[in-house]
Design a binder for this molecule. Sequence first.
Ligand code: AMP
Ligand code: GLY
Length: 431
Amino acid sequence: MMNVLVLGSGGREHAISWKLAQSSHIQSLFIAPGNAGTATVGTNLDVDPTDFKAVRKCVVENNIQLVVVGPEDPLVKGIVDFFKTDKNLQGVGIIGPSQVGAQLEGSKDFAKKFMQRHHIPTAKYASFTKETVEEGVAFLKTMKTPYVLKADGLAAGKGVLIIEDLKTAQDELRSMLLNEKFGAASNTVVIEEFLKGIECSVFVLTDGHSYKILPEAKDYKRIGVGDTGLNTGGMGAISPVPFCTPEFMDKIESRIIIPTIKGLKAEEIEYKGFIFIGIIKVGNDPYVIEYNCRMGDPETEVVMPRIKSDLLNLLEGVVTQTLSECDLHVDDRVCSTVVTVSKGYPESYEKGKEIKGLHRADEAIVFHSGTKKSGAKIVTNGGRVLAISAYGYSISDATRKSFDAAESIEYSGKYFREDIGKDLIKMLEKI
Ligand code: AMP
Ligand code: GLY
């Protein structure tokens, strides 16, 4: 029996906690800082996941044996290395890569070089800094439109620009490198070849030696119906993804997953955790768009419900490097999630709106993304508020339940995309 701490406060952490709470090995489950949803499956602790000393204190006080790191920030800041070197924490298992491993997400230049070293298919690229800005401007001229410019570091999902016009791309490159458009994150800029295709998210759990491929998902990133408008943290997700056929998944495994795990091992980069690989399908071939060193949000809200095996058992297998002995059984049903957001998101929005009717969603699982308790009420506390997941025997069956529940829950300024999964339904009709 184990005491487990999940770090983070979003829908991803609610879904992970919801799944862990079902484990036969769990004694006590804590979430730091959590939200109103995680409070229904465990105990929230008011601790900032990037304040490592505060995390240590709560691990020691609550006799925690396993920590699951939800978001990328603490990983990129080195929480796993902190645990490995602190004498009070050395026996505590932690799910996530070392700081170097987290560079797969923390530095696009690092990720690109890693892929090059291990012959992992990805868009062609070159990197530039302040010193080489004019070389970058000249390099853009040799590329075809649209131009893809990426801030090297973490930029809260905003650091990628896709620009049609050469002059604008050159100006943006200068502004990223010389005027710190994305702060220190754009001290280095990666310029990439544009790849045209359809994207999906692939999740791998590894103990550094072996790995399990978790259910894949498709994420809906734009705010507006028909994939229009600004990029968001994700407006919905579907799993499984119809175009991820066994043949296509075999290519992803042999060309991308195996070389990634082998590459990490060969370079002695410690990695015990989740790898989220953003894939783009060009023709019939997979290319890596990006690595993340954590699970996706809202993808986790469809991945966790599809895992039938005990998640804590799998995570214990990661810590003890016996993952190859663990079973992973996956539910055949479709799972969809629809994210309800606050009016104005992803730009400015108001918080503190009372959420009513949560109990009405009896055909769905309501994961909380940005909520908190306020006395006896539950109120909005973020741009993304709820991720409403449902199972179905088809995409339309699952999404109907997610949409119905999203309709029935009320708060002022609620908005959700009513077309989650529609593109995939159309794609299936054509096959
Ligand atoms: P990233 O932060 O690297 O995931 O990029 C954000 C989004 O930009 C991706 O989800 C893609 O939709 C798009 N993108 C990134 N790189 C490329 C590329 N080389 N070609 C086409 N689209 C891209
Ligand atoms: N849904 C995309 C992400 O978590 O980065």
